[in-house]
Design a protein around this ligand. Structure first.
Ligand code: 13P
Ligand code: SF4
Length: 402
């Protein structure tokens, strides 16, 4: 039987479009969007929980399972630790004795874990189709073009590139090479403060790839004005900006976004306030500026969890982030009224790619001595990405946001 060909052959696919339709075809040039090799257990198999339990027990201390807060319940029950992307990056680095880190999250998180773990450790992503559409909105060639334009405008020497964790390893390496750093949603404020202090008053920041996290942090937390921000559109010549606009800007925001958080609108906030008496609205900073401005509290997934855990019984909360997490919070706190900010279902489809069949397959393969779906960043990229990640890990702890 011949293998199913990719829907668009890699050679003919337009540059900057790395993803195949999820789970279809194969692409040797990309780790994402490929078929699962081997035989995946059926989702209907009643023994999946028992199989995952047995495989994990057989691996013992050799395996450490990390679970991002957006993972399904069926997967999160097998996580040794759960966390936001900042906490998971630190946790991955803090387990040198584990031979395998099974990362239940998305591709950029597994790459970061590979960069931060020791050379003898292997990071496994149970489904290689678990990418992040936001991370794919900034491709290295595009970022290099933007940097060339900043150089031509005589500005690059005073620009500090800062990339959100939700970016590929080569973008992190770009930031490391050019004096920049990585940030996450829980430390974007201190990371931007650090960046703006690098070249005195002339400093500009190139913020990749999430324009909303960049704008929300720069304007709401650092006190910049909306006019200090410009948006670089990689699909337009010169980013769609004139040299004068670049010259005047303090922060250049990459035109990227999260389509999951983009579903929350200011109307969702108005609507829930009209429906639920005394409701408090807490949202993730990947939401648009208009939504964040209307919310009561803003913060990372870890912040959202801590806020709701600490809230008094009887309080009402509308939560603007991924649905798996919101449902888990509602189940954990039956004494609190927890509702999803949008009226329609809003899962992150790529986070949801990691399901119990893939986890069982990955764990059982490791038990059988087959290393599958190992995420390995090449050594040059790894070295520079590590520089940018270490700069982040060395930042002072920022304020817990509200
Ligand atoms: P956190 O850093 O808050 O975990 O968010 C990661 C993410 O992908 C949100 O969409
Ligand atoms: Fe990426 Fe958005 Fe999914 Fe987070 S929620 S992994 S930013 S697509």
């Amino acid at each position: 039987m011949t293998a199913t060909p990719p829907l668009i052959a890699p050679a003919t696919r337009p540059a900057g479009l790395p993803l195949l339709v999820l789970g279809r075809g194969s692409d040797p040039a990309s780790e994402r969007g490929v078929d699962c090799p081997g035989s995946l257990p059926a989702a209907s198999d009643p023994d999946l929980v028992a199989r995952a339990t047995a495989a994990k027990a057989a691996l013992g201390e050799r395996v450490f399972v990390l679970g991002h807060h957006y993972q399904r319940d069926e997967v999160i029950q097998f996580a040794d630790v759960t966390g936001d992307s900042f906490k998971l990056a630190r946790d991955a680095a803090g387990r040198p004795e584990a031979e395998y880190i099974v990362f239940c999250g998305v591709h950029f998180m597994a790459e970061s874990a590979d960069i931060l773990t020791a050379a003898h450790q292997k990071v496994v992503l149970p489904d290689l189709a678990a990418g992040c559409s936001m991370a794919d909105m900034a491709r290295l060639a595009q970022v290099e073009d933007a940097w060339d334009a900043l150089t031509d405008a005589g500005l690059a020497d005073a620009v500090v590139p800062v990339t959100y964790m939700n970016s590929s390893a080569d973008i992190k390496a770009f930031c490391g090479r050019h004096g920049g750093a990585v940030c996450t949603s829980s430390n974007a404020e201190v990371a931007l403060e650090w960046a703006f202090s690098q070249h005195g008053a002339d400093t500009k920041v190139l913020f990749l790839p999430d324009q909303h996290l960049g704008r929300n942090t720069a304007v709401r937390q650092l006190g910049l004005s909306l006019d200090d921000c410009v948006v670089w559109n990689p699909l337009r010549p010169h980013g769609g900006l004139t040299p004068e606009q670049l010259q005047a800007a303090r922060i250049i925001l990459w035109k990227g976004h999260c389509s999951v958080h983009g579903r929350f609108t200011p109307e969702c906030v108005d609507d829930v306030r009209a429906r639920v008496p005394d409701v408090r609205v807490v949202v993730h900073p990947e939401c648009t500026y208009d939504v964040v401005t209307k919310a009561d509290l803003v913060g990372s997934t870890e912040f959202i969890i801590k806020t709701i855990d600490a809230a008094p019984a009887g309080s009402s909360w509308a939560v603007g982030t991924e649905l798996n997490l919101v449902q888990r919070l509602a189940t954990r706190h039956p004494d609190k009224n927890i509702v999803f900010l949008d009226k329609t279902v809003c899962y992150c489809s790529t986070m949801n790619r990691i399901d119990l069949p893939h986890l069982v397959w990955a764990l059982e393969s490791l038990v059988a001595g087959h290393e599958v779906n190992v995420i390995e960043v090449d050594s040059d990229t790894e070295a520079w990405a590590k520089v940018a990640l270490q700069r982040m890990l060395e930042l002072p702890a920022g304020p817990a946001r509200g």
